[in-house]
Ligand binder design. Structure first.
Ligand SMILES: [Zn+2]
Ligand SMILES: [Zn+2]
Length: 176
């Protein structure tokens, strides 16, 4: 990783500081020690809201991400419920070896599922999804190990079952 490289964190309006601080603290250790730098929030993309689904389409968020000078990857953070055609919802989306990805926070809160508020659980889920999407952008595909952060989360229980770290196999591919 070149000197001065960083991972850019791109909040969309409405994201609280606590989750950004958690990602700033948690991401470097999982990605070559590269520091994280927060960017100024972007507005929610126009036309991303689907009123009949009461959800936001993820693609316009991905498209509005730009890789700032010196950044190796960019991670968008959206405090809404995102979907993509063919799926009821997504926790995040990224392209393999792309410039970055986005994570959607709405379904990571226990309250969304009718459970008691639990901020530490919420923040650990956010870190898992952030590591997962950035992992894709660094070239990793889904991992069959259910405890690996690169395991696909079909439900929130899959997210809770997996850890915040890469398994040995994924770490080898990543080269950390
Ligand atoms: Zn994935
Ligand atoms: Zn793995």
């Amino acid at each position: 990783m070149r000197k001065g490289a960083y991972i850019a964190l791109q909040p969309f309006e409405g994201v609280q500081d606590g989750v950004l601080r958690t990602l700033e603290r948690g991401l470097p250790a999982r990605f070559f020690g590269v520091p994280v730098r927060g960017l100024k929030p972007l507005p929610i993309p126009e036309d991303s809201y689907n009123p009949s689904r009461r959800q936001y389409l993820s693609e316009p968020f991905l498209v509005s991400l730009k890789l700032p000078k010196g950044a190796v990857k960019v991670l968008g953070v959206v405090d809404e419920d995102l979907y993509t055609p063919g799926l009821n919802f997504i926790f995040g989306q990224a392209r393999i070896n792309g410039i970055g990805g986005v994570i959607a926070l709405a379904r990571l809160r226990p309250e969304f599922w009718g459970e008691a508020r639990n901020d530490s659980l919420f923040l650990s889920r956010a870190l898992k999804e952030a590591v997962h999407e950035l992992g894709h952008s660094f070239g990793l595909e889904h991992c069959p190990d259910p405890s690996c952060v690169m395991h696909f989360s079909n439900t929130i229980w899959d997210t809770d079952r997996k850890g915040t770290d890469f398994c040995g196999r994924c770490r080898n591919i990543l080269g950390t």
